[in-house]
Design a protein around this ligand. Structure first.
Ligand code: HEM
Length: 499
């Protein structure tokens, strides 16, 4: 009896919530943005709360998201409404839409609840003045002149990784090895000399944290989110210890360097400076007011932003080159010339990386065909009119990169892998190619990832040859493109290396 009463009460509560949601939806269906009245875009919001979430997640997991988006665009046009992850969302398509989503001031970057819990106050979750301070500091740390100074560290770390995980093996699973490589590279820069110890202790935790970003945010042990939260706590603890040590060293430096004239002045321009010291230095100059805990969260944000994305690029580049012998031959020629100049033991220089023009075009073509970040979400902070439709305050806006990347109007024969498309960057229409996003939240790590990828590809191409174990290995989006078996390859040392 009690059970029936409970069931009836639950049914009544659900009916009430549905009624509330539907009437709120109705109220919003026509509202004003400014002085004019606009109606909501066409489309359907599906079942309240759930909407199209499962259908889209299924499309991502089966790598059919591009078809999924195109089907909606065909049915409803380039501006349509749907509901995902519990939020009414406007799906936008086209270059104008990309421009709108990346530059409109009424839209702010949206992160999942899981990410906000995992990374707390990192650049990925901040807004307003805090964001401005962190972005400007990070852009300084990743500016091209600084990245130029990181080439030596990247070179040493890539060689160390190849010796550890590639040399002497007849098969290699590329994805986990690329993840290990990119984690090693970013940590060698942000932690300096102490990177190896941190990477060894935390590699699995960084992976678990990254895996939890799109998970359901209920903190139960053994779920993705539960594991991610435990890893996040462990990483935060280790980085806090590192940061406290750097704070002590920095106070000592300040006390010996009255007026901050000599040693501290060079630290903002030195590639040897770890990220924590760099942030402490900026704070002492009044450039930001972040606490040590905030700095730690931002170290975590950079590592997460850097390694999953670049490892996806390297993995898919290796995969493409296995299927594209002509492209591989041209890259080999370019890289052999550089290797010939340096000799077997000479490290790569900034000038070497700058001369890898064709290899970088092949990387851009990889980013076009398999963008590591599948799309961008924003939230409307006020009612906004777009192309005659209303986007109500609080709604999400979403654009997928593949919509323009695979549109034959912008890229002829879009399924063909053709690095020559990027010979003349000016021929690519603005806002059609956006693997690094755009506008004020554009990826600050673009240059870093370019140099890192070029260094990694140099050593792979000049030293090894590989064959895919599964020619057409499927991949899903989780949310990053992930080959289902990790992209295993049969590996051999090159028979006729340039050096
Ligand atoms: C191939 C490599 C990479 C790709 C494809 C990529 C892509 C992106 C994209 C698309 C965004 C913007 C998302 C949006 O606006 O919705 C972004 C943001 C970001 N990326 Fe990257 N990224 C890469 C490498 C890196 C690296 C190497 C770093 C750091 C060294 C980095 C750090 C960040 C950070 C901190 C943000 C957040 C910026 C903000 O919220 O203002 N990324 N990335």
């Amino acid at each position: 009896m009690a059970f029936i009463v409970l069931l009836a009460a639950a049914a009544a509560a659900i009916a009430l919530v549905l009624h509330h949601l539907l009437s709120a939806q109705k109220k919003r269906s026509s509202r004003s943005a400014g002085s004019t009245s606009y109606s909501l875009p066409p489309g359907d919001l599906g079942v309240p709360v759930i909407g199209q979430t499962f259908s889209l997640l299924h499309a991502l997991r089966s790598n059919t998201d591009d078809q999924w988006f195109r089907a909606r665009i065909k049915r409803y046009g380039p501006v349509s409404k749907m509901s995902v992850l519990g939020s009414p969302t406007v799906l936008l398509a086209g270059t104008e839409a990309n421009h709108f989503i990346f530059t409109n001031q009424g839209l702010i970057l949206t992160q999942t609840r899981a990410l906000r819990s995992l990374l707390r106050r990192s650049i990925l979750t901040l807004t307003g003045d805090d964001l401005k301070q962190v972005r400007s500091a990070l852009q300084g740390y990743l500016r091209p002149e600084m990245v130029r100074g990181y080439v030596g560290k990247m070179d040493a770390e890539v060689r160390r990784q190849l010796k550890l995980n590639w040399v002497g093996r007849s098969t290699v699973n590329v994805l986990p090895m690329a993840r290990s490589l990119t984690l090693g590279v970013i940590c060698s820069v942000v932690f300096g000399e102490e990177a190896a110890a941190i990477v060894d202790a935390l590699a699995t935790d960084f992976q678990q944290l990254g895996d939890a970003i799109l998970s359901f945010p209920v903190n139960i042990p053994f779920t993705r989110f539960g594991k991610g939260m435990r890893s996040s706590a462990k990483i935060r603890e280790a980085i806090t210890k590192f940061a406290r040590k750097k704070e002590e060293e920095y106070s000592l430096l300040l006390s010996q360097d009255e007026g901050c004239t000599t040693a501290t002045a060079t630290a903002t321009t030195s590639a040897a400076t770890d990220f924590v010291t760099y942030m402490l230095l900026l704070r002492s100059r009044g450039a930001h007011s972040l606490s040590l805990a905030d700095i730690v969260d931002n170290v975590m944000g950079i590592v997460i932003g850097a390694h999953g994305t670049t490892s996806t690029l390297i993995t898919f580049m290796v995969r493409h080159l296995a299927n594209e012998p002509d492209v591989l031959a041209k890259i080999t020629q370019e890289q052999d010339e550089i290797a010939g100049r340096n000799g077997r033991d000479g490290a790569l220089t900034w000038e070497d990386v700058s001369s890898m023009k064709y290899t970088w075009r092949a990387a851009l073509e990889t980013l076009r065909t398999v963008p590591p970040v599948f799309g961008s979400f924003r939230t409307a902070t006020k009612d906004i009119e777009y192309q005659g439709y209303l986007i109500p305050k609080g709604w999400k806006v979403f654009a997928s990169q593949s919509i323009t990347h695979m549109d034959p109007r912008f890229f002829a024969e879009p399924t063909k892998f053709d690095p020559s498309r990027f010979e003349k960057r000016s021929s690519i229409p603005p806002y059609s190619f956006l693997p690094f996003g755009g506008g004020p939240r554009m990826c600050p790590g673009t240059e870093f990832s370019r140099v890192e990828t070029m260094v990694a590809m140099h050593y792979l191409v000049t030293r090894f040859r590989w064959k895919l174990r599964f020619e057409d290995e499927a991949y899903n989006k989780d949310p990053k493109p992930t080959p289902v078996f990790g992209c295993p390859v049969e590996l051999e040392l090159r028979k006729t290396p340039a050096i």
